[in-house]
Design a protein around this ligand. Sequence first.
Ligand SMILES: [Cu+2]
Length: 153
Amino acid sequence: MKTRQTLVACTLAITSLAVSAHQYALGKLTIVHPHALATVAGQSMGGVFMTIENAGEGDALVQVSSAIVPRAALHSMAMDQGIMRMREIARIEIPAKSTVELKQQAGAHIMLEGLKAPLVAGQTFPMKLKFEKAGEIAIDVHIEALDAHSHAE
Ligand SMILES: [Cu+2]
């Protein structure tokens, strides 16, 4: 019985560690909690979001790719005559000593184009990010349920 309790405690500790450790360091950049929203069958586009903390000089996210789609792009979102529109952009600026949020509904995000299968909540997929100065990094993106962030909005 005692052994069993110890095992449960260890499992919990490992789980919480994995969640809090879902971030990546690349030079002075820290990529925090990269995640995508689950998609439904037939949906070919999916958004990827994250927070990028920059403790150093200015940089820029210039290229993104993932093995699960033929193409991934950088998008901005802005109001145009009362309608929120997405537009492809060449780069996302990461100013010196700043925190840039790629988030839903405003600002910039990464768009997966040509999804062959739905993104399923609870799963992960690999992505590569390329920064102009810091270089490339491979990350795992966590897929979250559609309503996971609705309370924060
Ligand atoms: Cu988009």
